[in-house]
Ligand binder design. Structure first.
Ligand SMILES: Cc1cc2nc3c(=O)[nH]c(=O)nc-3n(C[C@H](O)[C@H](O)[C@H](O)COP(=O)(O)O)c2cc1C
Length: 315
């Protein structure tokens, strides 16, 4: 059975989501944190919160991710992760947003193979006792940029490479190219983890025909349908029970988010981000979305969620 991972989503799959998800659903073997930035010193503020605190994370299943183009910062992050007890950390080489990529960060690194390879080598020279993985796309401007990285991927000791087979300029348009992924598989001697556009078991099976037993990372498909990993692993149950389980999850996530935010209605924002995906598991997604999109107060939000579960069924 393929190991399944949950790809990171800034603003959605934070420590609260990951822990509530694990309480309610099975099937995910590894979780990545949304990216950390600004690790200017050892005791950086961003590394002092629950997001990375080992007391709130399963060290065997959670992989902290960094967005950076500085070897020194990445090494500092790796050492911090190691001292917390994490087994692996991950470098984001896939974020396609221009304000990130134009500063040669995230997917922007894909267009600068020489500079990036030198940076990666420097990182490996200074870390030990922690695995280093990357998450990348085919390129930023074109899908052949990754070819300049084959040698880097094969010679440096990455424990794995997660590949979302789109280019950065595409953002999320078009389709992730399973064909391109399958052409690259025999060229790369590290574990290549597929990520992209898996929204149902059927698509997973098509991906699996290429990736075989290798791990696969789920993204928007799992945010939309939190049962997806269970369905893929054949451990999902019947539809009525599913609706009750989803309802419990949504309420629990809301309550936990509120608790963490000291009761602030700001958390409605992150619940809405999730609903943008989750609405698609209901029979009338637009109607579901209309019920949450304009809500600004906690009582309105709670009422809307009850209406959704009373008036709609899961697909
Ligand atoms: C709102 C949003 C936030 C994301 N945040 C991150 C992130 O912090 N780190 C990262 O590596 N990828 C991030 N991604 C990319 C996803 O992890 C994933 O690679 C992408 O959605 C493709 O997989 P999918 O087609 O299965 O959704 C983000 C994507 C979206 C839409």
């Amino acid at each position: 059975m393929n190991e399944l991972r949950l790809a990171p989503f800034q603003g959605i799959t934070d420590v609260v989501y990951r822990n509530v998800f694990r309480k309610h659903f099975g099937g995910i073997d590894k979780f990545y944190t949304p990216f950390f930035t600004g690790i200017q010193k050892d005791n950086s503020k961003s590394l002092r919160g629950e997001e990375i605190d080992p007391a709130h994370n399963d060290l065997n299943r959670v992989v902290p991710q960094i967005l950076s183009n500085h070897a020194e910062e990445i090494i500092r992050f790796a050492n911090q992760c190691k001292s917390f007890g994490y087994k692996e950390f991950n470098l984001n080489m896939g974020c396609p947003f221009p304000r990130v990529a134009n500063k040669t960060r995230g997917c922007g690194l894909m267009a600068e193979p020489e500079r990036t390879t030198a940076m990666l080598k420097e990182v490996f020279e200074h870390i030990e006792g922690i695995d280093f993985s990357i998450k990348c796309r085919l390129g930023y401007y074109n899908e052949d940029e990754i070819l300049s990285y084959i040698d880097t991927f094969n010679t440096l000791p990455f424990n794995e490479i997660i590949l979302h087979p789109r280019i950065g300029k595409q953002m999320y348009t078009g389709e992730a190219s399973l064909e391109r992924f399958s052409e690259l598989l025999p060229l790369i001697n590290k574990t290549l983890v597929y990520n992209g556009d898996i929204f149902d078991v059927e698509k997973f099976k098509r991906v699996q025909s290429v990736t075989q037993e290798r791990p696969v990372a789920l993204g928007r498909g799992l945010l939309t349908n939190p049962f997806l990993a269970e369905e893929i692993k054949g451990i999902a149950r019947n539809t009525n029970e599913k609706k009750a389980r989803l309802h419990n999850f949504v309420v629990d996530l809301y309550v936990e988010r509120l608790r963490h935010a000291g009761g602030s209605p700001k958390i409605i924002g992150s619940m809405k981000e999730l609903w943008k995906y989750m609405m698609n598991i209901f029979d009338d997604p637009q109607n579901v979305w209309r019920k949450v999109k304009k809500v600004n107060h906690l009582d309105e939000y709670e009422e809307s969620v009850e209406l959704i579960f009373n008036e709609h069924n899961l697909l």
